[in-house]
Write a new protein. Structure first.
Length: 377
């Protein structure tokens, strides 16, 4: 990427088949930046300090009109991809030890998978070294190398740091004080949130009732994808009016709201699929996969022309934000989301006024008087 003029906006020509077009907007151009933020599908990439919009002729025309003759156009050079790790015997031995230790410590499968992948990159980089003798400065140098060469995101940086920390403290059983790596500052961006109209379109898109029920339960109860796939049939406590979430983030159990509208949908789903143990079963009768849920969501977003940068987790953010807009007490929302600290939940209050109110799922406001059972219509 060429050196930027500090006061000149830049549009980087997208690579073939790129879904988005990226822009550099200088800090002094506050009004232009605020106007760009209001464009449909605008998004900020904090690790690159660039903005982007979906790659369409109409969007590009709007951006060019916004910046006028100030806009400079450059070719965006692709960031090199990190090479695939070759698992030598030395690396595999350490990965196996680390895997065993994480299983014994009760780490979730997703955490184990992510940590193992990150650790393999670290072990490969330092393969010629004695892993026990690697210094804090060497580790920081490794992270800096990945940032400078591969532009890894803040999320990737934190994942690597946590994976390395786990390896040294749990697998190698080295003292906790040995490792005090500098972490990137947490982004203060607000969570990505959908409007109620967008949520309604996305939830109604699937024709398959299982797919529909999965998207509805994420939004209706503010669940994480991992919590959805671990739901058992017995976790829907219809008599008591709540959903039981076992072993959520931090290995904590919790209760969350059971929407009457959702309960009716789940009953119709149950009549058709008759799940035996897991509420949502895969084709072989085991747990439904997170990837399948992501595919369902991506299809719904594409078919409804909704925010392409949203994910299934955006429905959870939207659940919390829409409850805030209804005036629900933050403590109820904190409990429903399973946040250990109210400070985590307070991110949703930054632009909203709050007052006390009893908890009601926002799903019921969206679909009042809708009936799933055809015999009741």
């Amino acid at each position: 990427m060429e050196t930027r003029d500090k006061n000149q906006p830049i549009m980087y020509l997208p690579l073939p088949n790129a879904g988005r077009v990226k822009f550099y907007i200088p800090y002094p151009l506050k009004d232009k930046r605020e106007a760009f933020k209001k464009l449909n599908t605008s998004y900020y990439h904090p690790h690159q300090k660039l903005w982007s919009i979906v790659n369409t002729e109409s969007n590009i025309a709007l951006a060019k009109e916004l910046f006028g003759d100030q806009l400079r156009i450059e070719q965006l050079k692709p960031t090199p991809k990190m090479p695939k790790v070759v698992l030598t015997e030395k690396i595999q031995i350490e990965l196996d030890r680390n895997h065993q230790k994480m299983v014994l410590k009760g780490f979730s499968q997703s955490t184990i998978r992510n940590y193992q992948h990150g650790l393999s990159e670290f072990l490969s980089y330092f393969e010629s070294e004695d892993y026990r003798s690697i210094s804090k400065e060497q580790i920081e140098g490794f992270i800096f190398y990945l940032i400078s060469k591969y532009s890894i995101s803040e999320q990737k940086q934190n994942l690597l740091i946590n994976a390395i920390k786990c390896y040294y403290e749990h697998t190698l059983e080295m003292p906790r004080e040995y490792y005090t790596i500098t972490r990137p500052k947490k982004s203060k961006n607000l969570p990505n949130v959908l409007s109620e109209a967008e949520v309604r379109l996305i939830l109604n898109q699937p024709k398959n009732i299982k797919h529909k029920a999965i998207l509805h339960i994420i939004y209706a109860a503010g669940l994480r994808v991992g919590e959805v796939i671990r739901l058992r049939v017995t976790d829907i406590r219809s008599d008591d009016g709540y959903i039981f979430i076992k072993d959520s983030k931090g290995k904590k159990d919790r209760h969350t709201v059971l929407s009457p509208y959702l309960l009716e949908l789940l009953r119709e789903y149950y009549k058709k699929y008759r799940p035996s143990y897991w509420l949502f079963e895969g084709q072989d009768g085991g747990q439904y996969s997170a990837k399948s849920i992501q595919n369902i969501y991506r299809k719904a977003v594409k078919e409804t022309n909704s925010n392409p940068w949203s994910t299934p987790h955006t429905l959870r953010h939207s659940f919390a934000t829409h409850l805030m807009q209804q005036g629900v007490n933050i403590r109820y929302i904190q409990s429903a989301l399973g946040h250990a600290s109210s400070k985590t939940t307070e991110v949703y209050t930054r632009v909203l006024g709050i007052s006390n109110k009893t908890l009601k799922s926002p799903l019921d406001s969206l679909f009042e008087n809708t009936i799933f059972d055809e015999s009741k219509k």
